[in-house]
Design a protein around this ligand. Structure first.
Ligand SMILES: Cc1cc2nc3c(=O)[nH]c(=O)nc-3n(C[C@H](O)[C@H](O)[C@H](O)COP(=O)(O)OP(=O)(O)OC[C@H]3O[C@@H](n4cnc5c(N)ncnc54)[C@H](O)[C@@H]3O)c2cc1C
Length: 569
């Protein structure tokens, strides 16, 4: 480290943190420090798309799990979260989705996230994007993140689309375009058959900036607050026995993820006073919303046995794996160029829903993820997740010791509606898998298995087998300062303390109806504009989509778009 004084300290080099490190250090007159508790992403598994298969099994993860889930027979679910530069974007399945336009309009209209409507956030999705196929109202090229279509799809994927059509679910070439519903290929955060993480896309190209310091293996332990202002961060780094304080002259930007960000705030004495007292952390700033409002997508899956080697399962055998590695090295093609979840889509459990409420991930194998059963012969997996859960959970400290794992309680299925819709989604997945178009590929369903048919049986199956889709959000939610459970303002400033922002997936007031990497990157892109004063804060309080002042809203959107465009150039 070159100095102990910085203008900005960013506490986590994940999907969001690397974006901010790039955008803030673009000004050569400011000094930026990016802290990351994990290490480098040098290992080839981080870059080869199929490396994902190793990721939920422990590589570069914090090793956390949930507390026993009261509404799922007290099951404890393992919960992979990234501990590596690039964060989730370095270990995820690379699926590039943004959710429904209505998700963001509801953030603004119902959650008090003024300035976060779809029209307002779309320019930030586009600013991030280097799309290899689309250039239109919804997509752009020239941004940092590579986004492309799968390189080596298999014939079973096309049969999956036909199966959907046999059920009345159309083919959709772009889930982030005009409409979200249908089945199709996902676009992926990949470029030239390599993963495009925020580490490779945002950080690597600017690592030689002299005003940017990236400190790996360095954990933020506590935010230092003096006179109502965050003035620095206490850190512990590998190789140094005693924690030390680094000063931030302008702002501390918290980007430690949906579990890590509230954990860091709580360790710093910022959060619900009673909880802090119960674990022996002195209260610095009482803020009851920190760690509340946790939401996630719970996933139920169907696994079927195939009629032959129609998926990538055979590449688990060493000689096939060697061939796949060679093919990838020489041709940048084949199984290793696949993230294994490249196909899927969105449909309805509730026919009257305003946009799809079920998401499918079609896995080209079995046992791809930790905790998911592996077939002896080639298998195929269809995941289904209910996208708009009503259940809310919490992140709490187990103790005042920063080394202790947080208590993660997604409180899955505490709302019966979530359980009902999840089971409907599972039934829908089963129906797709049993359509005539898939018969030449699929021998028989093995899980849940034909014997499990009633809601009670499927509930028991879900309790024993459901897994997370790794989309936790909401624990430092955006909201109006008048709401006691808001944690940050729409400008992402921590309510009640100066010099402190949160800017990652934790600020999302509701989980988008999709995967969450692109939304987290969008949050960071917009956060950069707030921090740099490129978006003028509104003085007229909350207003929403049906406000009588649309002209001003559109004016702001135009401003955001022009800033976004100019940054791309
Ligand atoms: C296994 C898996 C698969 C997924 N698949 C997809 C997918 O295919 N598509 C998709 O869109 N989304 C996917 N997601 C979700 C997506 O990756 C996340 O929503 C996104 O990465 C969240 O970004 P973030 O910046 O909020 O947090 P993260 O990316 O998790 O970043 C937080 C970072 O902060 C670091 N950190 C935490 N605490 C501290 C501290 N005290 N000091 C210093 N550093 C700290 C962490 O090590 C981490 O690097 C997946 C996630 C996982 C885990």
């Amino acid at each position: 480290m070159k100095t102990n004084h910085y203008d900005y300290i960013i506490t986590g080099g994940g999907s969001a943190g690397c974006v901010l490190a790039n955008r803030l250090s673009a000004d050569p007159t400011v000094n930026v420090l990016l802290l990351e508790a994990g290490g480098s992403d040098r290992h080839p598994f981080f870059h080869m798309p199929a490396g994902f298969a190793k990721m939920t099994k422990g590589i570069a993860s914090w090793g956390w799990s949930t507390v026993p889930q009261k509404h799922m027979n007290n099951r404890v679910l393992s919960y992979t979260q990234a501990k590596v530069i690039g964060g989730g974007s370095s270990i995820n399945a690379q699926i590039y989705t943004r959710g429904a336009a209505a998700d963001y309009d509801e953030w603004e209209r119902n959650e008090g996230a003024t300035g976060w409507s779809y029209r307002a956030v779309l320019p930030y999705f586009k600013r991030a994007e280097n799309n290899q196929r689309y250039a239109n109202e919804f997509h752009a090229y020239g941004g940092p993140m590579g986004v492309s279509n799968p390189i080596s799809p298999l014939p079973i994927c096309e049969a999956f689309f036909q199966a959907g059509q046999e059920l009345g679910i159309p083919f959709n070439p772009d889930f982030n375009g005009e409409r979200q519903d249908g089945l199709g290929y996902y676009q992926l955060t990949q470029l030239n058959a390599r993963r495009s993480s925020t580490s490779t896309a945002y950080l690597a190209p600017v690592r030689d900036r002299t005003n940017l310091t990236v400190a790996l293996h360095t954990q933020a332990l506590r935010i230092v607050v003096e006179g109502g202002r965050a003035v620095g961060v206490e850190v512990s780094s590998q190789g140094s026995r005693t924690p030390h304080v680094l000063r931030a002259e302008r702002e501390v930007v918290v980007t430690s993820g949906t579990f890590g960000s509230p954990k860091l705030l709580l360790q710093s004495g910022i959060g619900p006073a009673q909880h802090l007292q119960s674990v022996g952390v002195p209260v610095v700033h009482a803020l009851p919303g920190v760690g509340a409002n946790l939401q996630d997508h719970l996933d139920l899956f169907v696994i079927a046995e195939c009629t032959g080697d129609h998926t990538y399962d055979k590449y688990n055998k060493p000689h096939h794996a060697a061939w796949a590695a060679l093919q990838y090295l020489l041709l940048r093609k084949g199984p290793a160029a696949s993230s294994l979840f490249e196909t899927g889509g969105f449909w309805y459990a509730d026919k009257a829903a305003r946009s799809p409420d079920i998401q499918f991930h079609f896995g080209l194998g079995s046992g791809i993820e930790a905790g998911v059963a592996k077939m002896r012969h080639a298998g195929v997996t269809l995941n289904s997740a209910y996208l708009r859960p009503h259940s809310r959970g919490t992140v709490r400290l187990a103790s005042a010791d920063p080394a202790a794992a947080p208590l993660i309680d997604p409180n899955y299925w505490s709302e019966p509606e979530d359980r009902r819709r999840s089971i409907e989604g599972l039934r829908l997945a089963r129906e797709i898998m049993s359509q005539p178009a898939l018969r030449r590929f699929v021998l028989a369903e093995r899980l849940p298995g034909p014997a499990k048919a009633t809601d009670e049986e499927l509930f028991a199956y879900g309790c024993a087998n459901a897994k997370t889709d790794y989309h936790p959000v909401g624990t430092c939610r955006i909201g109006p300062a008048s709401d006691p459970m808001s944690v940050v303002t729409p400008e992402l400033a921590l309510i009640g303390l100066a010099g402190l922002r949160v800017a990652d997936a934790s600020v999302m007031p509701r989980v988008p109806s999709s995967n969450t990497n692109a939304p987290a990157i969008m949050v960071a892109e917009k956060a950069a504009d707030h921090i740099l004063g490129r978006i003028v804060a509104r003085t007229d309080g909350d207003f929403h989509a049906d406000s009588p002042a649309p002209d001003r809203r559109y004016a702001e959107n135009r401003d955001a778009e022009s800033t976004a465009d100019s940054a791309v150039r």
